[in-house]
Write a protein that binds this ligand. Structure first.
Ligand code: C2G
Length: 132
């Protein structure tokens, strides 16, 4: 069984996220998503709209996702790959090159981001509409 892992916040879930998860799952048989905790996001200067628990519920309902684990640190990826016996690490290519150190432990694949959508864009558009 080929196991794939990816990381992210997955706040205000949108079709760009789904497109990433779909392609990640297609690379193997089992997809683990390491979901950024609220505490970890604080470190990324990101404040998710939904709590970790609620973002986890949403992700677990996606047919491409087999397991959700917490992402609580930048330094857990090697341990995760080993512990979960991961064959492929996948991220959107906005992270191109950033996780190449994992190549000693598994395959590293950066997938093209979906253009035209992001959580930040959703927040901005809603704010603009509200404020005219
Ligand atoms: N993504 C995408 N296309 C978009 C938006 C996001 O392919 N239009 C991808 C990102 O590249 C990432 C995943 O969807 O692989 C999740 O995106 P975010 O929730 O924004 O994750 P991020 O904040 O980049 O956290 O340790 C890594 C970090 O946890 C990644």
């Amino acid at each position: 069984m080929k196991k794939v892992i990816t990381y992210g916040t997955y706040d205000l879930l949108h079709w760009g996220h789904i497109n990433l998860l779909k392609r990640a799952k297609e690379l193997g048989d089992y997809l683990i998503v390491a979901l950024s905790t609220d505490e970890f996001n604080a470190g990324k200067n990101k404040k998710a709209y939904h709590t970790y628990e609620n973002r986890k519920v949403v992700l677990e309902a996606i047919k491409y996702v087999d397991e959700v684990i917490p992402e609580y640190s930048w330094d857990q990826k090697i341990e995760d790959v080993k512990k979960h016996d991961v064959d492929i690490f996948v991220m959107g290519d906005d992270w191109e090159g950033k996780f190449d150190f994992l190549k000693d432990y598994c395959e590293v694949i950066y997938l093209p981001r979906t253009i035209g959508i992001s959580t930040t864009k959703i927040k901005k558009d809603l704010f603009t509409r509200k404020n005219g």
